[in-house]
Design a protein around this ligand. Structure first.
Ligand code: SF4
Length: 210
């Protein structure tokens, strides 16, 4: 049971339910192959059946942690910080991103965009989910649109999402890991026929790193 004081600090974004943090290589999307410090915030109710971090869903399992502590750890390791989840925009990201930027760090987010956009982001990776579509602001500010392909219908969903995102967003199709043998060849063909898209792979999983 959280004390009232901690609950208020979490509501203000001064504390966040930290699931894990680690220095690794960004495996997916536009910044693939580059070193980054990942901050994984617990809490997500989007409910993707193929989610590979279901242990993040219940925020109560992850200790509310002061943003000063999170930032203090992050700045020791990297110049680029990726905030992920769970769904980080479940929470108010204003304080965390202010503090990261005050340390001259590049601040990226990986989000479904399902909740109001808070925080100040140098790179906004929008990965929409059918269960809870993104809010308008997320489409407007996305630098990157990354659609996960689990089945053939997801190509139709990807085009619907591309029609909604701002015109400068870079478009990626990424096979869902458990379906990669089946879907990767389809994605390759699709991208050759529709070259506005690029292929994204979960290269960190091939490299056996977090
Ligand atoms: S939005 Fe992300 S964390 Fe949430 S259920 Fe879907 S894949 Fe998992």
């Amino acid at each position: 049971m959280l004390t009232k004081e901690i609950q208020i600090a979490v509501e203000k974004g001064e504390m966040l339910p930290l699931m894990e943090e680690f220095y690794t290589i960004q495996g997916e999307g536009y910044h693939t192959g580059t070193a980054a410090y990942f901050i994984r915030i617990g809490g997500c109710d989007v409910g993707c059946h193929w989610c590979d971090v279901k242990e993040s869903w219940n925020a109560a399992l992850h200790p509310p942690t002061k943003t000063d502590i999170i930032v203090g750890n992050a700045k020791k390791y990297a110049k680029t910080i990726v905030v992920t989840g769970g769904e980080p925009l479940t929470w108010d990201m204003t304080v965390l991103t202010q503090k990261l930027k005050a340390e001259n760090l590049q601040v990226h987010i990986e989000t479904s965009g399902a909740y109001p956009v808070t925080g100040n982001w140098d790179w906004f990776c929008l990965s929409p989910k059918k269960n809870k579509l993104p809010v308008a602001d997320a489409y407007a500010i996305a630098h990157e649109l990354k659609v996960i392909i689990y089945n053939k219908h997801d190509f139709i969903f990807a085009e619907e999402q591309a029609a909604k995102v701002n015109k400068n967003a870079i478009l990626f199709l990424q096979p869902e890991w458990s379906k990669k043998e089946e879907m990767t060849p389809l994605i390759v063909d699709y991208v050759m026929n529709n070259p506005k898209w690029r292929v994204s792979l979960q290269t960190h999983k091939y490299l056996n790193i977090p």
